[in-house]
Design a protein. Structure first.
Length: 628
């Protein structure tokens, strides 16, 4: 092939171009895992270069990060058709859109203006540099519209006609970006990081004369044949060390059965399981916090688990043919079965393992690693189930305490702690595990007791939603409500107008609330009112449709609606206790004090905060370790 060009470009340079997408390239296929891993890699490359004495101009001297290759061919009017690389360019465009929205909604951040890298004006209209169909263009229009408040984005996106699953996935990923960003970057380095992504992240563009040539290049780049994956290489290594033909054949069947079961969860779950299992059972080290620290077992397993296993076969106990056979035929299937059980309960409610679902809803992706660390070959089914319950409850306490103390539960923020716990509980028996986890959990009781200090605007909305959902479910259970929403209902974000949102009991319209409270107004001043209305005691949950219809109404006008809603709202009203005498009895037996509130002010926020604190102490009591 002739006239093939190679051009290494920064994101800034690459997105000066206009790109079109062939029909078969328009689906966005990256999963949350791939998206998170890219953000983790970008942040790691940036922070490896950053020093606290650097200014923004110093970012220009940072080492480049190579994102990958795109293959293009020229079409009419200078437009380039993307044959390979759409996923990378779409992901980068999504990230730049997040930066741009931050710039528009918070000018004090001094972020660079990236609008020209996302779209350009043509004939009076905004046209995206990466060709989008109508619904996807509407999605990005909303993301870049500062007049649409963050809390209103979901409902606006839901109203976009014709938005496909790819577009909805893009919106979900957009909403998760802040969760995946390192706190150091969020707390002062966003302009630096944005500059790094735009000017120090590189792409290699391979330009070819025609689409046919592009496909030939693509095939050549993929070695014109089967390209072995790490799991294929690991399989070959393990089986090659089993000498007996019959044992080899039987082990091969066990391997296929195990991997097939994992792939029913997702196409990449076999590799994810192997990383999780090796880290849980054998990992001893993790990269330190200082610049230049070498990767530990945790990182090497993540990058190249097959190579790590080969290099560490003695640590794993692989010295002869029988050891390799046992690993494939017994050890792997044993842990894969438990891993599969954990993954199923993380994504769907299970009465047997409720805390797996609670933690799964928080996206605590390292939960399975911690659980597998506690389990050893020879554990009975009863032992395994007990260990799952103990570890998942401990993680729930740990994650909740972090939320209350203002810490993030993102992968990067909890990784070191959970790996530390994994080593501490590795292969313990049930009684030792119970005692160890209870002792560790007791360190977080103080944070749990401060739950009433949580405040809307200072804590992440999804964290407050999670905690209020747990409170709602708890109160439903002890009040024996037959029309329960349950936690799964409170956090389900796919219910349209019935999706639950956080409701401020007190309106942001101060004069309305003052008039409503009359002589019962007990806030020291307007500033105190605006601050206190955000505290947890001033919040409940309401379906989105109801939440918006009540937004600016005073408390007295809300009570009638609250009486027909979920238990968090109903418990504010006198009708609830009049119509449900068994609810009062259940609350008393549980040691929970709840009273209806006719006038809602500063004292009521404190009273409701105390209610929430009582519930939190019960839900996350360390005494529960004794009864599992």
């Amino acid at each position: 092939m002739s006239n093939i060009t190679f051009d290494r470009q920064t994101v800034n340079q690459a997105l000066q171009n206009k790109y079109s997408l062939p029909t078969y390239q328009r689906d966005y296929k990256w999963t949350e895992k791939q998206f998170r891993e890219l953000l983790t890699d970008l942040q790691g490359a940036f922070l490896d270069n950053y020093s606290s004495d650097h200014g923004r101009k110093d970012v220009g001297s940072y080492e480049d990060y190579f994102l990958g290759t795109i293959i293009t061919t020229s079409v009419a009017d200078g437009v380039k058709s993307i044959i390979d690389g759409q996923q990378r360019l779409t992901t980068i465009t999504l990230l730049l859109s997040w930066f741009q929205r931050k710039k528009l909604t918070d000018p004090s951040l001094s972020l660079a203006d990236l609008d020209s890298l996302i779209r350009r004006e043509l004939w009076g209209d905004k046209d995206y540099n990466l060709s989008f169909d109508g619904p996807r263009a509407q999605l990005f229009n909303l993301l870049l519209d500062a007049s649409v408040k963050d809390q209103d984005l979901s409902s606006n996106v839901e109203s976009v006609q014709g938005l496909d699953q790819s577009g909805k996935r893009l919106f979900d990923l957009f909403g998760s970006i802040e969760n995946y960003l390192d706190s150091q970057i969020l707390e002062g380095l966003l302009p630096f990081f944005s500059d790094f992504v735009v000017n120090k992240v590189l792409l290699t563009e391979i330009g070819v004369p025609s689409e046919q040539d592009a496909h030939r290049v693509f095939v050549t780049m993929n070695d014109r044949g089967l390209k072995l994956s790490p799991i294929d290489l690991l399989k070959g290594y393990l089986l090659s060390n089993i000498n007996d033909d019959q044992a080899n054949s039987e082990s091969h069947e066990h391997w296929i059965e195990t991997v097939s079961g994992l792939k029913k969860i997702s196409s990449e779950e076999d590799s994810q399981f192997l990383k999780t299992w090796l880290r849980s059972q054998y990992g001893e080290s993790i990269r330190g916090k200082s610049r230049g620290d070498s990767p530990g077992d945790f990182e090497v397993i993540g990058d190249s688990y097959h190579r790590w296993l080969i290099d560490n076969r003695e640590r794993i106990g692989l010295s002869n043919s029988d050891d390799f056979q046992q690993l494939i035929s017994e050890t792997m299937p044993f842990y894969a079965k438990i891993y599969t059980k954990v993954k199923a309960a993380e994504s769907g409610w299970s009465t047997a393992f409720p805390h797996l679902f609670y933690n799964g809803s928080r996206n605590l992706t390292l939960q399975a690693m911690l659980i597998l660390a506690s389990i050893k070959i020879g554990d009975t089914s009863a032992d395994v189930n007990t260990k799952i319950k103990l570890v998942s409850f401990f993680l729930d306490v740990f994650a909740t305490s972090r939320v209350i103390s203002g810490k993030d539960n993102t992968y990067d923020n909890v990784r070191d702690s959970i790996f530390y716990f994994a080593k501490k509980i590795r292969n313990l028996d049930v009684d030792s595990l119970r005692s160890t986890l209870k002792d560790e959990a007791s360190k977080y009781v103080g944070d749990i007791n401060n739950v009433a200090e949580l405040s809307y605007g200072r804590a992440k909305r999804q964290d407050i939603l999670h905690i209020l959902g747990r409170f709602g479910e708890f109160l439903e259970n002890i009040c024996s409500q037959t029309n329960s929403v349950r936690f799964s209902g409170y956090i389900d974000r796919s219910l349209g107008a019935k999706t639950f949102d956080i409701e401020h009991i007190l309106s942001e319209v101060i004069e309305e609330s003052k008039a409503d409270a009359s002589e019962d107004w007990d806030f020291s001043n307007d500033s105190n009112y605006l601050q206190r209305r955000n505290y947890l005691g001033g919040l409940v949950l309401l379906p989105r449709g109801r939440n918006r219809s009540l937004k600016c109404k005073p408390y007295s006008q809300k009570l009638g609606v609250y009486a027909t809603e979920n238990v968090l709202c109903q418990s504010l009203t006198a009708q609830f206790f009049e119509n449900n005498p068994s609810a009062r009895e259940g609350l008393i037996q549980a040691g929970i004090s709840v009273n209806s509130i006719a006038k809602f002010g500063d004292a009521a926020i404190t009273e409701r905060g105390e209610l929430y604190q009582q519930v939190a102490k019960t839900i996350w009591s360390t005494s529960k370790f004794d009864t599992v």
